[in-house]
Write a protein that binds this ligand. Structure first.
Ligand code: ACO
Length: 435
């Protein structure tokens, strides 16, 4: 914990049974609420805290991303997501997240060249894919293949060596789109497309997804720009479930490939990265606009969830959702999709929900995933690949947070405590006496 976080303020907790009182320091960050440093709670009072879902618990100090959920603010290294989405590109945002500053022109060129030259995967990995069923969920394949990178890149698994950590970071950022596209190609029985060094990150991904060896493929610049923006919007989001999973795995000293595989597994759930897939499933289930009011009523009766709505942190609006909605219109216009029933339904649902007391009272707003699924579907990305794309984009955030953790001299293994409510001590009963 940095010395400049300390304040002179304290918060006291008194054990009313014993009368013992302990003062706990209040810490202050650059922005955000003050934080009570309760590390001496157990040694001082003999208590643990109870905070399932960690709604009030800070697990780490971090310099990477700041979110103010009430004001709808998301900033990476001090730069607003709106400005990054409009003026920056994904490679630059990756550099910023990893290194803390925007790159100079020379640094940007060098970084892009490094990432581009790491995009190919070990050729033996092609065979590894063949062990999976063709109808496997792409996220299942991603968990396996990314975890298996530790079996291929032995020269970047020593986490005590800063150079190896950097090489592992570059490899993960560079190879994720390749592995993601291979996952898709394998599922449809098409040959893997090798990455092309003349294309940028988003273009390369679209090329590896949609090109085939027998004909030329030209990447649509509007679509690659939209893809780049989707990557920026998903790049990092401080201590969310998958990032916390990566950090927890990293705290044990596990290698970076294993840690990112753990993050992918955590992202898969519908309450997290699986939500964009769940939004389309929900829209499909509703079917037509006429059925929206009945569906909204079911949500209010707690029989359904409005997927793509609500967020643990954003209780005003998700700034990423606004940019995503704009991008959605751009993509549909470029593709000349004038009448997209899913988009019409999404817009109508958003309007109904934003004006309905149930959603207003609970501060439920569209999150980043409400519109991203519609864009991806319009681009021809199959629904089962949506969360994979999220994983591709989030890899830089995971790896930046993991690097910060490993470089922090104060880091120790993450080990939460619990409130035990199981059986009290009892004697073992021999089998013949059990009823
Ligand atoms: N639809 C309907 N009701 C909801 C929704 C929703 N999507 N989200 C929350 N609520 C309701 C809850 O039922 C609860 O109501 P109550 O007070 O009557 O009991 C209230 O709003 C508060 O909800 P919590 O569960 O306390 O909110 P929490 O912060 O734990 O959950 C979460 C956040 C998990 C994102 C939740 O809103 C959700 O599951 N949303 C749908 C899935 C989704 O879109 N996830 C993507 C998140 S963004 C991301 O990971 C990139």
């Amino acid at each position: 914990m940095p010395a400049d976080s300390k304040t002179n303020e304290t918060v006291s907790i008194t054990d009313n049974t014993t009368g013992k009182k302990v003062d706990f320091p209040l810490l202050t960050g650059t922005e955000g609420p003050k934080v009570i440093d309760i590390r001496t709670l157990y040694s001082g009072l003999g208590f643990f805290t109870y905070d399932p879902g960690y709604t009030s618990t800070g697990s780490t100090e971090s310099k990477i991303t700041y979110i103010d959920g009430d004001a709808g603010i998301l900033r990476h290294r001090g730069y607003s997501i709106e400005e990054l989405a409009e003026k920056s590109d994904y490679m630059e945002t990756c550099y910023l997240l990893l290194h803390g500053e925007l790159p100079t022109a020379a640094q940007k060129e060098d970084f892009e060249s490094t990432i581009t030259r790491h995009t190919m995967v070990h050729d033996q990995m092609n065979n590894f894919f063949r062990g999976f069923r063709r109808d496997a969920h792409p996220m299942a394949v991603m968990c396996g293949v990314v975890g298996a990178m530790a079996a291929f890149y032995h020269d970047s698994t020593d986490i005590t060596d800063p150079h190896q950590r950097l090489v592992a970071s570059h490899r993960l950022i560079a190879k994720m789109p390749t592995i993601a596209a291979m996952t898709y190609k394998y599922s449809i029985g098409q040959p893997f497309m090798y990455p092309r060094n003349d294309l940028d990150y988003a273009e390369n991904f679209l090329y590896m997804m949609f090109a085939v060896p027998c004909e030329a493929y030209k990447v649509n610049p509007v679509l690659s720009k939209a893809m780049d923006r989707i990557f920026i919007l998903h790049a990092d989001h401080e201590q969310n479930a998958s990032t916390s999973t990566v950090r927890l795995a990293g705290s044990t000293g596990a290698n970076p490939f294993a840690c990112i595989a753990a993050g992918i597994a955590s992202l898969w759930g519908p309450a997290h990265g699986g939500a964009n897939e769940a939004v389309l499933a929900m829209l499909g289930k509703i079917g037509t606009k006429d059925n929206i009011p009945a569906f909204i009523q079911k949500v209010k009766d707690k029989e359904e969830m409005l997927m793509g709505f609500g967020h643990r942190v954003y209780k005003n609006y998700d700034p990423r959702a606004k940019i995503m909605a704009r991008t959605c219109h751009e993509v549909l216009s470029e593709l000349n999709i004038k009448d997209e029933p899913l988009l019409d339904m999404a817009i109508e649902m958003e309007q109904i929900a934003l004006n309905d007391k149930y959603f207003v009272d609970r501060k439920l707003y569209p999150n980043v995933d409400f519109y991203s699924g519609i864009i991806l579907k319009a681009m021809g990305i199959p629904v089962s690949m949506f969360t994979v794309l999220f994983a591709v984009a989030r890899t830089v955030g995971w790896i930046a947070q993991w690097s910060e953790l490993i470089a922090d001299p104060a880091q120790k293994i993450g080990r939460p405590r619990q409130l035990y409510t199981g059986a009290a001590p009892r004697n073992y009963a021999p089998l013949h006496l059990r009823k």
